[in-house]
Write a protein that binds this ligand. Structure first.
Ligand code: F0G
Length: 461
């Protein structure tokens, strides 16, 4: 009997056009690699990684049409046609008056906070990503995370665990309005589990910003994934075009920072955008110092073309349905096998709750690091600690446990197939089965800031 009912299996809405080999290694080879780099997964050679879930940043597969767009790249220093294609694609989704291209998200952050930051200032955000925090703090300002309490509880059930705590924002502004240069909201909340922010929350934040005369900026790296969650979960939003939801998000803000290595499907890129003319002029002056002329920023014309095409592809509903579903596929399988993960499952990654899985390891002995190392050793799967290694050292040098100790398995866009993910599930299951044997770690060497990238560790026996 023919039926028009949808099929249960949500397939990848693309097929493979060009392939890259994966290199299989043995546990012995991986143990030697770990020992050689002080157990820091950022220092492992990528060739020694089988399934690389370190990040979804710049690691996605570009489409046929993006590679074709690269051939249209025009490398004129000033006024390149590729710049106008890029600018129009950005403004189609985010209609801010000024768009300032940068080589990646943190360059946009550095420029923004160099203009508005400084000693005595405080920048609230639902949760600052690590580079955002570092760029705020580098100016002498304070980076304050004001996430709703549910967002800090790995198993709390809430459709929008990325929401900003509006009451806390109001209290901050009541006490210190003159110290707050702007309010930031990160969509989706990467450091808090890839959790979305609702339109209703953005509207409330906007109202508080208006009451105190403060600009609202989005850190919008994963805007399309956030918009898809709004469409799926927020009352009154189902059935809307994602493009319209994205425009609603943008319409509530005065500006944005962007890493185009995420939802814009680029291997490199970013931008800073805003409506304020004076702020834009200051930002462009800084841009020229380190990034480049304002019609290319830190990018080649060909990059601008690829990003413009990526922006068209990421708001496709079939893509977003597959993207969010395939991340949940990994998360749901781990839940079914009793591996503790942050729930509901986020957009770009599954976050393993290392503190829950390894209760015998004190947070100051880095359970997230221990779990990430074990996943690599056992199966060649590279994830990323997001916990006390990343956030546990305050600017004054004092160590304190981070709010959570997580290991993020970030899914590069359009890169791995379902059987790759089935393998990852098996590796996680095997590591979880011997969780009680995993050791804590101590740091033997670390830099002053962003220590997770280069610190060296030693297992505690
Ligand atoms: N903001 C958020 C929310 C991010 O996730 C990132 C990068 C940035 C800003 C900085 O952008 O890397 O282009 O300079 N996140 C990557 C990650 C690195 O792995 O989550 P960038």
């Amino acid at each position: 009997m023919a039926s028009d009912a949808p099929f249960r299996t949500i397939i990848e809405p693309f097929r493979i056009h060009s392939v890259e080999p994966l290199r299989l290694t043995t546990p012995e080879q991986r143990r030697a690699a770990l020992d050689g780099v002080g157990y820091n997964l950022f220092s492992i050679h990528a060739q020694d990684v089988l399934i690389d879930l370190l990040t979804d940043s710049g690691t996605g597969a570009m489409s046929r049409d993006q590679w074709a767009a690269i051939q249209h790249g025009d490398e004129s220093y000033a006024g390149s046609p590729s710049w106008f294609v890029f600018r129009d694609a950005v403004q189609h989704l985010f209609p801010f008056r000024h768009v300032i291209p940068t080589h990646q998200g943190r360059a946009a952050e550095r420029i923004l906070f160099e203009v508005v930051g400084g000693p005595g200032q405080v920048v609230p955000n639902n949760t600052h990503f690590d580079t955002t925090r570092a760029n705020v703090e580098a100016t002498g300002a304070e980076a304050l995370d004001l996430l709703i309490p549910e967002g800090r509880d790995p198993s709390a059930d809430h459709p929008f665990k990325g929401n900003l705590d509006v009451g806390a924002l109001e209290r901050l502004l009541t006490d210190r309005a003159s110290d707050v240069p702007l309010v930031m909201v990160t969509v989706t909340n990467n450091s808090g589990g890839g959790q979305p922010v609702s339109l209703a929350n953005l509207r409330e934040v906007r109202a508080v910003c208006d009451a105190f005369g403060k600009p609202l900026f989005l850190d919008a790296c994963r805007f399309a994934e956030n918009a898809w969650f709004i469409r799926e979960r927020e009352p009154g939003q189902s059935g809307r075009d994602v493009i319209d939801i994205v425009r609603d998000m943008a319409g509530l803000a005065d500006g944005m920072t962007m890493s185009a290595k995420k939802d814009p499907m680029g291997n490199i890129g970013g931008w800073l955008a805003m409506n304020d003319d004076a702020l834009a002029e200051q930002a462009r002056n800084l841009l020229i110092l380190t990034e480049g002329f304002p019609t290319y920023g830190g990018l080649a014309g060909r990059d601008l073309e690829a990003l413009a095409q990526g922006l068209r592809e990421v708001v496709d509903h079939d893509y977003l349905r597959y993207r969010i579903r395939s991340t949940a596929y990994l998360g749901d399988a781990l839940v079914a096998r009793g591996v503790p993960v942050v729930t509901p499952i986020g957009g770009h990654a599954v976050y393993l709750d290392a503190r829950a899985l390894l209760p015998h390891i004190d947070p100051l002995r880095y359970p997230g690091q221990s779990l990430a190392v074990a996943l690599y050793e056992v199966g060649g799967v590279r994830g990323c600690e997001i916990g006390t290694v990343m956030f546990g050292r305050r600017p004054d040098g004092v160590e304190a446990p981070a709010a959570m100790d997580l290991v993020r398995l970030a899914i590069p866009r359009r890169t791995y197939t379902q059987s790759h993910i089935d393998y990852v599930i098996e590796v996680c299951e095997r590591v979880a089965a011997r969780a009680g044997e995993l050791p804590g770690y101590r740091i033997t060497d670390q830099p002053a800031a962003l220590r997770h990238f280069t610190a060296r560790f030693e297992p505690l026996t």
